[in-house]
Design a protein around this ligand. Structure first.
Ligand code: MRU
Length: 349
């Protein structure tokens, strides 16, 4: 399986698979400083909530590497915190980004070491742990989630919630992989996902490479596809889930939930607990990133729309909890009432 990122231990730098070049070219960006990682996250060279969390963690390690030689403990922590603020601001919706950065900073405060070299080693260890745990959590999610997938299911997904969006295996596509590993003959419809085409460029490519049957559709075909009885269920990932179960995910997810409800189809969300933000009571409080209008007016750098037209380009939308059949997490499957049942999985119950 292709790696979304790899830490080059000998020279201490990060390589990121440049997802903007896929599916035509497989190339890695070399990041020697946190600002390179921040720029890569902003331009979606690395994208998908868990992947940007892990990349930001390594970004913080790079910030630490570049200041450790000339810092006291206090200066070192202050410098790392400046970098963390800059990394956290790159993409506001995916909570995994802030979750990963907070986890590293907490580790710094939890140890008594004064030597910045030792603190750097601790940060690197924690970034590696986030990366490793993400793959393990996705496999657990796959195990739980595949129970919901009937043999022969035709699954509609949106955006890319696969290996490319994570440290490996994927969330929504992890469930598909696990169903296949359990011997089920499943197939996938991938919505192309305008404006940046993560479905067409990434999901179609990822599934084709593995020999998982995939059919590409444009986003506006989903309703007719369901009306023709060609879909059994929908599974998507998430960028943030509020305490009441409202889900922020790639723009267009809400439209699929409405269509699924209309056609009586299950609508599942697969996400690790690091995507659940219990500090927000509902989806209305989730910050929604708005991106460059050129993403809508242009395709592959070429203008499609008249110059000067007004554009609205929210990158995510909110699907209300009552439209979500179940949330598949690495700690099990959660159903309504979400507020109560999400609290239970956090409490370990
Ligand atoms: O803008 P992107 O490509 O980062 O958006 C990604 C999504 O919306 C994914 O569905 C979500 O991050 C879950 S990925 C496991």
């Amino acid at each position: 399986m292709l790696e979304t990122m790899r830490w080059q231990a000998e020279e201490s730098f990060l390589e990121l698979l440049d997802q903007t070049a896929l599916p035509h070219e497989t190339r890695y960006l070399k990041c020697y400083d946190y600002s390179g990682v921040a720029a890569a996250i902003k331009r979606l060279a690395v994208r998908g909530a868990p992947a940007i969390g892990a990349a930001a963690a390594y970004g913080l390690v790079l910030a630490a590497k570049n200041i450790m030689a000339r810092s006291s403990r206090e200066d070192f922590i202050a410098g790392v915190e400046i970098a963390a603020r800059e990394l956290a601001a790159t993409r506001p919706t995916a909570v995994n980004l802030r979750w990963a950065l907070d986890r590293l900073i907490k580790r710094l405060y939890a140890v008594e070491a004064v030597d910045p070299g030792a603190l750097y080693d601790i940060l690197l260890g924690e970034a590696h742990a986030i990366y490793r745990e993400d793959v393990a959590d996705n496999r657990k999610m796959g195990c739980y989630g595949q129970e919901l997938i009937p043999d022969g299911a035709r699954i509609l997904t949106h955006c890319n919630a696969g290996a490319l969006a994570t440290a490996g295996y994927g969330t929504a596509l992890g469930v598909v992989r696990a169903a296949r590993e359990a011997g089920k003959a499943v197939s996938v419809y991938a919505g192309e996902t305008r404006p940046l085409l993560q479905g067409a460029r990434l999901t179609a490519w990822e599934l084709l490479r593995e020999g998982i049957p995939v059919t590409l559709i444009t986003d506006n075909m989903a309703g007719y596809l369901m009306a023709k009885g060609k879909v059994d269920l929908v599974i998507v990932g998430a960028d943030r889930i509020a305490a009441n179960g409202d889900v922020a995910n790639k723009i267009g997810t809400y439209s699929l939930a409405v269509l699924a409800e209309k056609h009586g189809l299950p609508f599942y969300v697969a996400a690790p607990v690091s995507t659940i933000d219990m500090s927000l009571t509902s989806g209305g409080e989730i910050p929604i990133e708005e991106r460059d209008p050129a993403e809508v007016t242009h395709m592959a750098g070429r203008p499609l729309a008249p110059a000067g037209v007004n554009v609205w380009n929210p990158a995510f939308d909110i699907t209300p909890h009552h439209m979500v059949t179940a949330i598949i997490t690495d700690r099990g499957i959660v159903r309504a009432t979400y507020r109560e049942n999400l609290m239970k999985i956090f409490a370990g119950g």
